[in-house]
Design a binder for this molecule. Structure first.
Ligand SMILES: [Zn+2]
Length: 309
């Protein structure tokens, strides 16, 4: 089972792709820069599906969006050093400016600090940059001739700002639970027909999103996420739209969860034959059972009538 921080806004699981079994204990964190302003999910997909031998455990976008890529219990290919990456959780961070400063946005930096605080807590790491590979905060330039992580982040690592910020996050805010009565969800589609809902649901899942299927009235609705903060739902919506699902909106509406997977794969005609064979019992229970399984009971009944004529 893959292992990711609960702070992830989304997970684009690499599985065993572009990584190796981790043979060392996690004792370091290595933040990198993407050398571009790339959405976290896009960078993860580029790494996972592209030809370059590159990967990371996490990706952070300029919007502060955190995406899990290579599971924490696997060694990612990030820092040009097997020695380092076997011992480190690696994080790619988007830049909101190019050469020479390679700055990162405040939102991205905040997410980076939050994620590092979470990692430090879970692995018992004391965040400290010694400007050598022996510290617990390491960076790419220690292992290869590269501009990564760029002067902006490197400056914060070297002058102690970064570790101070992580420690503050570990002690403070991090412990406060988020309290909210309202949950924001991204709705991606609403369908009358279970088959259409299933097809859309599969497409969204294939794009790497976890979906919820709910039933409100006679509509199957596909939603992604449940966020206490509207900004997080909006960030998720942006990510989803980026994958070409543009008919989305933010909603606070919830509904009864329904499961379509595997249960309703048969055609109406097939089910009608089952009805005739007595597999679905008698009315009025039959209609209820059919509806619960995601079928259109009326449509099936009319096929049954046809077949029985
Ligand atoms: Zn790097």
């Amino acid at each position: 089972m893959s292992k990711f921080s609960s702070l992830c806004n989304n997970i684009i699981d690499f599985g065993t792709k572009k990584s190796n079994t981790r043979t060392e204990k996690v004792v370091k964190i290595t933040p990198h820069h993407m050398a571009g302003n790339i959405l976290a999910g896009d960078c993860a997909k580029m790494h996972r599906d592209g030809n370059r031998e590159a990967s990371a455990n996490y990706y952070i976008g300029s919007d502060g969006f955190i995406v899990g890529g290579v599971s924490e219990d696997r060694r990612a290919w990030t820092s040009s050093s097997g020695w380092n990456d076997q011992r480190a959780i690696t994080i790619e961070v988007a830049n909101n400016s190019g050469e020479p400063n390679w700055t990162v946005s405040d939102a991205a930096y905040k997410s980076l600090v939050k994620l590092c605080a979470d990692i430090c807590k879970r692995y018992g790491i004391d965040p400290h940059c010694t400007k050598t590979k022996d510290g617990t905060i390491t960076y790419h330039q220690m292992f290869a001739a590269t501009s990564c992580p760029g002067p902006y982040l490197k400056g914060k690592f070297d002058n102690g700002t970064f570790e101070k910020d992580i420690k503050a996050a570990m002690g403070g805010e991090q412990n406060k639970p988020e309290v909210s009565d309202v949950l924001y969800r991204v709705q991606v589609g609403a369908f009358k027909k279970a088959d259409n809902a299933r097809a859309m649901n599969d497409r969204i899942k294939n794009a790497g999103f976890d979906t919820y299927l709910i039933k409100v009235g006679d509509l199957y609705k596909i939603q992604v996420g449940a966020f206490a903060k509207k900004e997080n739902a909006e960030a998720m919506e942006k990510q989803i739209r980026y994958f070409g699902f543009t008919d989305t909106f933010i909603t606070t509406q919830s509904g009864a969860a329904v499961k379509l997977d595997g249960t309703a794969k048969k055609s109406n005609t097939e089910v009608a034959k089952e009805v005739i064979a007595g597999k679905w019992g008698n009315e009025p229970e039959r209609s209820k059972k059919l509806k619960a399984a995601g079928y259109d009971a009326e449509a099936i009944q009319s096929i049954v009538n046809e077949l029985m004529r």
